[in-house]
Design a protein around this ligand. Structure first.
Ligand code: GLN
Length: 309
């Protein structure tokens, strides 16, 4: 079913678009600095498979931190809840996504949650296979299953650009290796992680992933189960508590839905039993969230009473 442009959504997008000027595209990963800060698009998927959109929905971005929810789902499916939470915790940090501070302070020394970089690296380490390629293919197949797009691939340029500049993520990995959270070659883990973060999607793909989480793991229309309900539930819980980095508390008050952002400017939203939302808007605020994307969600939440609280 093609995604229809929608006038009401267009009007909300126009209002939010002004806020793109208030942000800046990420440049700590050099390749991301090429994004257009004026871009903004949104797609909304309904449980009956209908999709509505506004803006240029073909514009592709990389998953970045949004991939952390998907690898968490995959690790929970493959390794089980008990194993995953032996290696990562459940608690929000209130610190920036790449912060190293609490890694040493927590006792035992394990990342506080799977949505910060340290936790996400520990989760990617759990995705097993004979080679980086085999492990990446597992992640790509899972993303394809969620987006319904069998041609899912990753940007070699963005992955390479991040790999070459991942000094902080390298230090998180070495710290975790010292403390037995991971035990593989750090360069291999970073190779896989940066490729996972560079997987390309557009806001339609994000909305489709969102509706599957919103429906507790079921695909709309076919009613096929894509992931166990408890896995979708755990992921949505982390999206509420840590999905918008150290702005998750304010986001819960202002919008009140499970959501996950990435520094490419993507936002994945899952309104339980109602909508999957995908947003692409590369201009970011100082915490790394899409500034116009946040505004768009705030306007939508107000208009359609989206908050779960
Ligand atoms: N790949 C990015 C990193 O590790 C993801 C961060 C993000 O989107 N917040 O720095």
């Amino acid at each position: 079913m093609p995604c229809q442009t929608n006038n009401e959504l267009e009007a909300i997008l126009e209002e939010a678009k002004y806020y793109t000027q208030k942000g800046k595209v990420a440049d700590y990963i050099p390749a991301l600095s090429k994004a257009n800060p004026d871009d903004l698009s949104i797609a909304v998927y309904h449980p009956d498979g209908r999709c509505i959109s506004a803006g240029d929905i073909q514009e592709s971005i990389t998953l970045q931190s949004i991939s952390k929810v998907l690898t968490l789902a995959l690790a929970l499916i493959e390794c089980g809840e008990e194993y995953v939470f032996q290696k990562v915790g459940y608690e929000p940090t209130g610190d920036p996504f790449n912060s190293i501070v609490k890694l040493e302070m927590s006792n035992p020394s394990k990342p506080l949650n799977p949505m910060i970089n340290a936790g996400a690296l520990a989760v990617t380490h759990m995705i097993k296979g004979q080679s980086v390629e085999e492990r990446l293919n597992k992640i790509l197949s899972f993303v394809s299953l969620l987006t319904g797009n069998e041609h899912t691939t990753y940007s070699k340029e963005v992955a390479k650009s991040e790999f070459e500049t991942s000094h902080l993520n390298r230090s998180l990995c070495y710290f975790m290796k010292q403390h037995g959270i991971i035990n593989e070659d750090v360069e291999e883990l970073l190779d896989l992680y940066t490729k996972q973060c560079a997987i390309e999607v557009n806001c339609l793909d994000l909305a489709r992933i969102g509706i599957i989480f919103a429906l507790d793991g079921m695909e709309p229309i076919t009613n096929k189960r894509i992931m166990p309900a408890h896995v979708a539930r755990i992921c949505k819980t982390f999206m509420v508590t840590c999905g918008m980095y150290n702005a998750s508390g304010e986001f819960a008050v202002r919008v009140g839905i499970p959501a996950k952002s990435g520094v490419s400017g993507g936002i994945l939203g899952a309104v339980p039993n109602r909508f999957g939302i995908g947003i692409s808007g590369p201009a970011l605020d100082d915490k790394g969230n899409s500034v116009a994307g946040l505004k768009l969600l705030e306007l939508l939440a107000e208009k359609y009473s989206l908050s779960m609280f």
